[in-house]
Unconditional design. Sequence first.
Lengths: 336, 336
Amino acid sequence: MSQAHERPTLEAVARLAGVSRATVSRVVNGSPKVAEPIRSAVRRAVEELGYIPNAAARSLVTQRTDSIALVLPESASRVFSDDPFFPSIIHGVSQELDAADKQLVLMMTNTVAGYERVERYTTARHVDGVLFASTHGVDPLPGQLARLGVPVVVTGRPLGRSAVPYVDVDHVGGVRAAVRHLLETGHSRIATIAGPQDMVAGIDRLAGYRAELRGSDRRSIVAVGDFTRESGATAMRQLLEDDPLLDAVFVASDLMAHGAITTLRELGRRIPEDVAVVGFDDFDISRYTDPPLTTVRQPILELGRELARQLLRVIAGEEVPPAVVLPTELVVRASA
Amino acid sequence: MSQAHERPTLEAVARLAGVSRATVSRVVNGSPKVAEPIRSAVRRAVEELGYIPNAAARSLVTQRTDSIALVLPESASRVFSDDPFFPSIIHGVSQELDAADKQLVLMMTNTVAGYERVERYTTARHVDGVLFASTHGVDPLPGQLARLGVPVVVTGRPLGRSAVPYVDVDHVGGVRAAVRHLLETGHSRIATIAGPQDMVAGIDRLAGYRAELRGSDRRSIVAVGDFTRESGATAMRQLLEDDPLLDAVFVASDLMAHGAITTLRELGRRIPEDVAVVGFDDFDISRYTDPPLTTVRQPILELGRELARQLLRVIAGEEVPPAVVLPTELVVRASA
DNA sequence: TCTCTCCCTGAAAGCGCTCTCACGTGCGGC
DNA sequence: GCCGCACGTGAGAGCGCTTTCAGGGAGAGA
């Protein structure tokens, strides 16, 4: 039962194998400069005692922990809501970390106390580096950690200046393609349901919409949501009040687009005949909705992977570009 | 930039404050036996230098890491599929750990290499304890870790004998209530779509179905799925081939129930008039399906919380019951 | 046969912290 | 006025590991 305290140390292995601690350490860490007979003797001793190196002792001297923190500045309920964004990020990150034999430490929090914990935990060198996903507004923590010498990479172009490398997708390009598509298919009153304006994704997608319309003579019609299904439904209702004759809407997230479609249906609008709808995300379910959703695909899984890859590079001391922007792509289906 | 190496140690703080390392340590750890003037002098020095204790050094002597591993023996894609089971578990666990100021280390893997990593990581004392969710078949790892003195708690009654404490829900009780409901509402040919038979949840729910039918003169009609929507659809088709006259089906998971409903619809069966359907889980969406799903509610979030609570107790050296079984409850809606 | 290398191996220093133990000071009680 | 007792503080050991440095032995060249 409580053999807990009898866990063998390097010392014990060394004694059993009749060598020094240094030699055991070398064998365990795969140093090439140990003669074969000794190496196998040590291996046998390790096996026999079931020796596993103590992580804390090792980190203390190597200054590495082989773990990476992924900080999601959201409540756990939000992270695991029906929005697959975070799960995909986690998935992508964990793929890369697995390959690099690193551990993932998940930190979800949207409270001040939680944030302080994140700060303590990461600067206490519990982890070799920190990843931030989806930061709202101007978050000082990433920059602060970076200044303390902690490797940091974030998703989403940071608001405000920041020396922290980031990975993002081409929001503006994707949105412009979407709006252009609506223009080219003959729509004249193109509204948008924007995302929250304290998040880069929200800001940039609205900017893309405005930029593309500016080239035409159409005016912009805007409502703002918070990326949830419900907010999409509400915003759609509002848009129709503002302009009952609108004939297309670009919605800044698929989830909001689903909400918008519900509202349009309720109000008797046909899609796409009366109102064309384009989303942004390309979630799996968008393929199966009725009608299948035309949307801008952003490679979220890849975003997570790239995020992890960049951090691993920073940790390895390699030079990394200040920004990596992944392409987005318009996927035309039946809704527009 | 690379102030990384200039990070202050206890020693530095002690020097600045003009006291010994021991005293600084006491202040940092909130020991009551330090005189006020000295305490504040130390506090000031800590503040001034931005001192944060090194986690590895601390763990090395305290033997604690204040982190907990949650092992999900599934691929990340499965964990973050549309089945909200794992997300809810994670959510519940993280609620409790947050409250206890512990960190969550997520380990998802279904590969042998990944499993070895889990073993190394946890026995290297990277974490103070380990939580296992949803173990398939007979998994030796939990017991093995427990034997090494690592605190372990699992979800789901382990198959085979095991000295590891577990938390589970009352599968059998819930299923019996469901089947009883079908009997009482006059159904005579009650089939079931069971879950995978290498998982306790699958086994127990099938056992509950059989146990309840045994008391009646109805025969059992069984198909097996793997808890996914698709497998539910397929299994339903098979059941209808086996017995075209069946008038009710108990499905061992909501997701499979949704699949089964799709199939029933496709084949022109009305629900519940022709075939009554009862699920198991009570996922959020089951309230909104057409018709709303009658199902057995299992408290998954609470399962996660209880899991974490038990582990924290084990870590604290408290006695814990070998098993905690949370109640399930039949929720009657329109589908049966 | 002797010396010079080149490998291997071991001794020992420390990584940064906690915690036991011993010691000094100031106080009250007799 | 002296002793004893708290109470606070510091010295130092040690957690388990890596890594430098020096030394011993074997082999090669002279």
